[in-house]
Design a protein around this ligand. Structure first.
Ligand SMILES: Cc1ncc(COP(=O)(O)O)c(C=O)c1O
Length: 342
């Protein structure tokens, strides 16, 4: 099976997470949808420091960092970024330091948002925190990381930068090519007749890696990306470019056609990291039917998209919701989720 994935198993990688993650049936939630079977892929259970999708992605970034003899990781992200929290955790496990740059990407200045949730964990993990005054300037955020890296080099350190902007190797997407192989194996072994998958589409590494991996393995399940960061037209170009880059990294032909990139941005408003009614309702519904804890930035919006898909699906269909984690941010948005309880 792996020959279809080219160089995947020869690229530098460290094992950081628990895998395979379970696939659970959501029988309570399915009661509202006649004739549908609903599953959840539990990538919130990847183990490292409260888990999430970024654990799989970091296995490849940290593999390259280790191969280069790095002693310090630099990463940038929104204040409540799960990626930076998990980079700090991965660095600790591998005996490295981590510098985190927190961007002003979400228009909030309440203490809960600024210091609770992932920020609390960043501090607990002993990361060095920096700030960047913008949230829509990926290239500028990377440039400041490079300046920090140069400063560390001048002090004798060997830093490794995990870039945010396109134009760098999307090593993180390889974690989701691995996840696609894992899912294909689970589907075969457990005889799960999955028709479509609904997953977050942010940086695009999860969506592109999963779609690419499934198609490279000859699996035709529809993959629906729910936009959490930018509108569908912009995200479409990003996913298509990512798939092209993954093909280059693996040394195989790109099996993903443009038409195969499906995106829904109906649940993005008012913007990245800002809740809407559909996502707030979806978070409560998942908790109260399946005791699934989603998050306000990513998986809440994805569940809103999943519920919409389910409402449109023909009887007999099987849908899989990909839970990518994000749990710590629940605490940073407590006032929005359960108003007046603070
Ligand atoms: C919990 C969670 N889900 C989904 C995503 C989106 O994943 P990607 O950036 O690979 O598109 C992120 C990104 O940070 C995340 O933290």
């Amino acid at each position: 099976m792996s020959a279809a994935l080219g160089r995947l198993d020869t690229l530098p990688r460290v094992h950081l997470g628990h895998a395979p993650t379970p696939i659970d049936e959501m029988a309570n939630l399915a009661r509202a949808f006649d004739g549908l079977t609903l599953y959840v892929k539990r990538d919130d259970c990847t183990g490292l420091a409260i888990g999430g999708n970024k654990v799989r992605q970091l296995e490849f970034y940290m593999g390259e960092a280790q191969a280069q003899g790095a002693d310090t990781i630099l990463i940038t992200g929104a204040r409540q970024s799960n990626f930076v929290r998990l980079a700090a955790a991965a660095a600790r496990v591998l005996g490295m330091d981590c510098h985190i740059q927190l961007e002003e990407r979400v228009p909030r200045d309440d203490p809960l948002y600024r210091e609770s949730g992932n920020v609390l964990l960043d501090r607990l993990l002993g990361a060095t925190l920096h700030t960047y005054p913008q949230g829509e300037d990926e290239a500028g955020a990377d440039k400041q990381l490079e300046t920090l890296a140069d400063d560390l080099k001048s002090k004798g350190r060997n830093p490794y930068v995990i870039h945010l902007a396109p134009g760098h190797k999307p090593l993180g997407a390889l974690g989701y090519v691995v996840a696609a192989r894992e899912l294909a194996n689970q589907i075969r072994e457990q005889a799960l007749p999955v028709d479509s998958i609904v997953v977050a589409s942010g940086s695009g590494n999860t969506h592109a890696g999963l779609l690419f991996g499934l198609r490279a393995l000859g699996v035709a399940i529809a993959v629906h990306g729910v936009c959490v960061r930018r509108p569908a037209d912009q995200q479409h170009a990003r996913i298509a470019a990512r798939c092209h880059e993954i093909a280059g990294l693996l040394g195989i032909a790109n099996p993903v056609s443009d038409a195969d990139v499906r995106l829904d941005d109906a649940f993005l408003a008012p913007g990245y990291g800002q809740l809407n009614d559909a996502a707030t309702d979806a978070i409560a519904r998942a908790a109260r039917t399946e005791a699934l804890l989603l998050d306000p930035v990513y998986t809440g919006k994805v569940m809103a998209g999943f519920l919409h898909q389910a409402s449109q699906a023909a009887p007999g269909q099987t849908l899989l919701f990909w839970h990518t984690g994000g749990t710590p941010a629940l605490f940073a948005y407590a006032d929005d989720l359960v108003p007046g309880q603070g």
